[in-house]
Design a protein around this ligand. Sequence first.
Ligand code: AP5
Ligand code: MG
Length: 190
Amino acid sequence: MLNIVLFGPPGSGKGTQSEKIIEKYKLIHISTGDLLREQVAAQSELGLKAKEIMDRGELVSDNIVIGMIRSKLEEHQDGPGFIFDGFPRTVEQARELRKALTDYDEHVGVMISLEVPREELVKRLLKRGEECGRSDDRLDTINNRIDVYNQQTMPVTYYYDKMRKHASVDGIGSINEIFERIVEVIDKKK
Ligand code: AP5
Ligand code: MG
């Protein structure tokens, strides 16, 4: 299996690049943000609770997210591998991912972090907010999402750094240029 963590701040292009990566490497895409938005759309109890948190730009609890990941891993245990998009977002989630993968004799091969400056993130997300109206793409929530990322999610980088699994990729440029940079990192690890 090839398991990749695609990491980076809100608007850095995780979803956009995941689509291209799964096409090339035939991996299973797990985006915790997408899974939560499915729950919101279905108006489940979990979705109703999550919506409030997501609209503030805060993180949903580790337990909820880890539960979602574990059930996805079980569902696709014989697959070609996973791309984790927007997960792990706390060091606790990173530890739990390691444990969950170990249960299947698996591990994260590489953690790729997309580097994009704050001004560009805000610009991209405001534009998407105007075009497709994701309810957390409004200026106050965008700013909080980026602050939460810097405070609670950035430490995950050091977790993978220590295991020599962290690779930074410049997330500025055309979608194809960035994809080529990612492919170079993945192919070196394969
Ligand atoms: P999540 O859905 O993960 O959102 P996010 O991290 O805020 O990031 P985005 O999805 O907005 O951005 P992206 O990096 O995927 O970029 P994209 O490709 O879309 O999480 C949402 C919420 O759910 C969180 O705030 C939290 O509440 C909760 N949550 C999720 N996971 C959680 C977890 N593990 N633990 C706890 N809570 C969790 O691109 C953005 C825009 O830029 C698009 O319009 C795109 O077209 C454009 N774009 C992409 N690439 C480029 C480029 N190269 N140049 C110009 N524009 C570009
Ligand atoms: Mg996304």
